[in-house]
Write a protein of this length. Structure first.
Length: 382
């Protein structure tokens, strides 16, 4: 993985960029855009962010690449989303996620973008990126504005499954990654868990088969009636053995032991590379107990150890990380956590946001994506 930092001083925007490039093959880039003018208005920060984004699109670093997925982290979705949606019409299409998870650097907006080169794209509710017989389907911001969190989760999953079916896909065989953003997670997460478990059972996703790598975390939509947002990624064209689930049982317990239905992580093996997607990972042991209750620094260290264990099972290390999202329950912990992450991951594109985890005793959670070069003749290149 190659890392670089791009600065746009006129706009007050800094970009952390991770690049995975193999000559003549699909290149992958993960970018984190940070606005460093925390005292500017939202409109000014949004404009500056997008000016830098446009410059990034035409930069030498990303030539011939297109956005596939992007997520905007907002400080106040109810008052900021409408202006953002107006701006989105100006840019190349891709799957877009918009969630209220305030960046803790003092800005009102941050942006994660995933780019690829040498692919064919098709816009739609499932945004498609295709190459070499694989079809990758990304979607962001699915929502339903009536009923409680259980009802909304049921409706969202049913709708997502219909979208997959229209592409010849199934939830069980093709969905790789989901994100559930839950308004008032301490209250509403139980409804998400119940509806997801019941839906998965119908579709053959059980502890005897497998679940889906996922993050369930606090996040708000502009409409306060929306309790749950869903982002997801699916892929077709994989052979048996290309997708493997990660457990790291020396560090973590199986999730079904405490009643939830997701996998800790998953690796996708292609001929030329391996991609690893890790679920939201916290300070937990292999018995399912929260470690270091009340101690944010110790929880950071345990969380990183768990991530290392999952990456190792996926035959990767921290050196292969392409991006990190860190979720904090208490904004007062930001400075100390930022210092630790800057030391441990000085170059990896990272954003730290305010977003309580599904269990109150967890003060921090992190998720990440890793990419590693391989040479496996059993499978087609990405």
């Amino acid at each position: 993985m190659n890392y670089s930092n791009l600065s746009f001083p006129k706009q007050g925007v800094e970009v952390q960029l991770a690049s995975f490039c193999i000559r003549g093959k699909v290149a992958e880039y993960h970018a984190m855009l940070h606005v460093n003018r925390g005292n500017d208005t939202y409109e000014s920060q949004l404009s500056n962010l997008h000016e830098a984004y446009v410059s990034l699109l035409v930069s030498e670093e990303l030539k011939e690449s297109v956005p596939v997925f992007k997520r905007y982290f907002l400080s106040d979705a109810a008052n900021q989303t409408e202006k953002l949606n107006e701006k989105l019409k100006m840019f190349p299409p891709c799957a877009v996620s918009v969630v209220q998870q305030p960046p803790l650097d003092g800005s009102k907006i941050a942006l994660w973008v995933y780019f690829q080169s040498n692919i064919k794209t098709e816009d739609g509710e499932l945004f498609s990126a295709s190459h070499n017989g694989y079809h990758h389907y990304w979607t962001g911001g699915l929502h339903h504005a009536s009923g409680d969190s259980e009802v909304q989760t049921e409706v969202l999953l049913n709708h997502y499954e219909e979208l997959l079916q229209a592409k010849g896909c199934t939830l069980k065989d093709h969905c790789v990654r989901t994100w559930f953003f839950v308004q008032n997670v301490d209250v509403n997460y139980a409804g998400v868990v119940k509806a997801r478990k019941e839906n998965f059972a119908i579709h053959g996703l059980t502890e005897q088969t497998h679940y889906i790598t996922s993050t369930g975390i606090e996040g708000r939509f502009a409409d306060s009636k929306v309790s749950v947002l869903l982002d997801a990624y699916a892929v077709t064209g994989l052979q048996e053995g290309q997708q493997k689930y990660l457990y790291a049982l020396g560090y973590l317990n199986p999730t079904y032991e405490y009643g939830v239905t997701f996998e800790r992580g998953v690796s996708l093996e292609f001929g030329d590379r391996k991609q690893v997607y890790l679920s939201g990972t916290a300070s937990i042991d292999n018995k399912g107990e929260v470690m270091h209750v009340g101690d944010i620094i110790a929880q950071v260290h345990r969380t990183v150890e768990n991530v290392k264990g999952l990456l190792k099972e996926g035959e990767c290390t921290l050196d292969h990380l392409a991006q990190i999202i860190v979720y904090l329950r208490d904004m007062a912990d930001y400075d100390r956590v930022k210092k630790l992450y800057d030391k441990e991951f000085p170059e990896v594109p990272t954003v730290i946001v305010l977003a309580p985890v599904c269990r109150p005793a967890w003060l921090i959670e992190m998720e990440c994506i890793a990419i590693k070069a391989t040479n496996n003749s059993d499978y087609k290149d990405l």
